[in-house]
Design a protein around this ligand. Structure first.
Ligand code: ASP
Length: 322
């Protein structure tokens, strides 16, 4: 009897609680360090979400293990809509990279919609004795065994790009993992590491300011962004078929009520139409998603396709971690 009474009260209270959502700040977990490209997207999105969601959105950085630590934290969080995850292509590469991933990518999350697509660039420390792809290629051949490459850990976009780069060139490099490419960029600027492959959202400013050496873009087409349009593609530079472009999506823990995920999805769609948000993304070389992947179902389908696309590539490269 008592149980029935509690159930009846809960049934009445639940819609009221949903109507009030959000009545406290919503946290977006970024699984990388502050100041990096994923963090930048999240902070811009948090700002754009504030009005349509009707509440404050804050960002929490939980970096480490290529983004899988932050993703694990959200997978285990209370499914009430107050803890969300913003993760990139690592969502789909980690299942192949980790033998024991602490969550199930397709089962442990509610898919809330995609955000943007971002190309990557190959950059080098300012003192690197090469200023274009031909010079870099020569330098790489002459320095085999001594080159190091920064990344944000196994599962990071920088890791995937660096892995494919080494495989295409058939030159092994020493990889140096960081909690995100913001701290990696600091070391690159300081000359402690030689090379990095990172999103244009992190590199375009440094390239434009001439603070790093820029060698190529990772897409098969050259970019139109003013700061980056002079860069050749790796494909045209001799690494035939090289093509990496990453994407970001938003997730909630599995079991988050549908009324809440619907509300977040509606707010996300509105945020992605915010002219300020679009302007900031475009200036950094990113493209805001406007297609069917704005729905949770299509977002999930896309991630599943990406898992199937990258899994065999990663396995062929022989990379994994326990
Ligand atoms: N750009 C990083 C990566 O390699 C992540 C980050 O620091 O945002 O995935």
């Amino acid at each position: 009897m008592k149980r029935l009474l509690f159930a009846a009260i809960a049934a009445i209270a639940a819609p009221l609680a949903l109507a009030d959502y959000p009545d406290k700040p919503v946290t977006i977990v970024v699984p990388f360090a502050a100041g990096g490209p994923t963090d930048k997207v999240a902070r811009d999105l948090a700002e754009a979400l504030r009005k349509p969601l009707g509440g404050t959105v804050i960002v929490e950085n939980v970096g480490g293990a290529g983004g899988t630590l932050g993703a694990a934290k959200v997978a285990k969080a209370t499914p009430d809509g107050y803890t969300l995850l913003l993760y990139h292509i690592g969502m789909s590469t980690s299942p192949a990279l980790y033998r024991k991933l602490p969550y199930n990518t397709l089962e442990d999350f509610e898919y809330l919609g995609m955000i943007n697509e971002v190309p990557m660039t190959l950059i080098g420390k300012p003192t690197l004795p090469a200023s274009n792809w031909a010079e870099l290629h020569k330098w790489l051949e002459a320095n085999k065994g001594k080159i190091n490459l920064a990344n944000a850990g196994l599962g990071a976009a920088s890791h995937l790009c660096g892995l494919l780069f080494q495989n295409s060139l058939k030159i092994d490099m020493q990889t140096v993992p960081y909690k995100g490419t913001a701290p990696a960029m600091n070391d690159l600027l300081g000359g402690q590491v030689d090379l990095m492959c990172d999103q244009t959202t992190n590199t375009s400013g440094q390239i434009e300011a001439g603070k790093v050496k820029a060698f190529a873009v990772t897409t098969t087409k050259r970019l139109t962004t003013p700061a980056l349009k002079h860069l050749p593609t790796l494909d045209e530079s001799g690494l035939k078929g090289f093509n990496v472009s990453i994407w970001h999506g938003l997730y909630a823990p599995k079991g988050t009520p549908k009324a809440v995920t619907d509300k977040i999805n509606t707010a996300l769609r509105a945020a992605l139409k915010d002219p300020e948000f679009i302007k900031r993304e475009e200036a950094l070389g990113a493209v805001v998603v406007t297609d069917a992947r704005l729905s949770g179902a299509e977002h999930k389908k896309f991630v599943e396709a990406e898992i199937n696309k990258w899994g065999p590539v990663i396995k062929a490269a022989g990379q994994y971690a326990d």
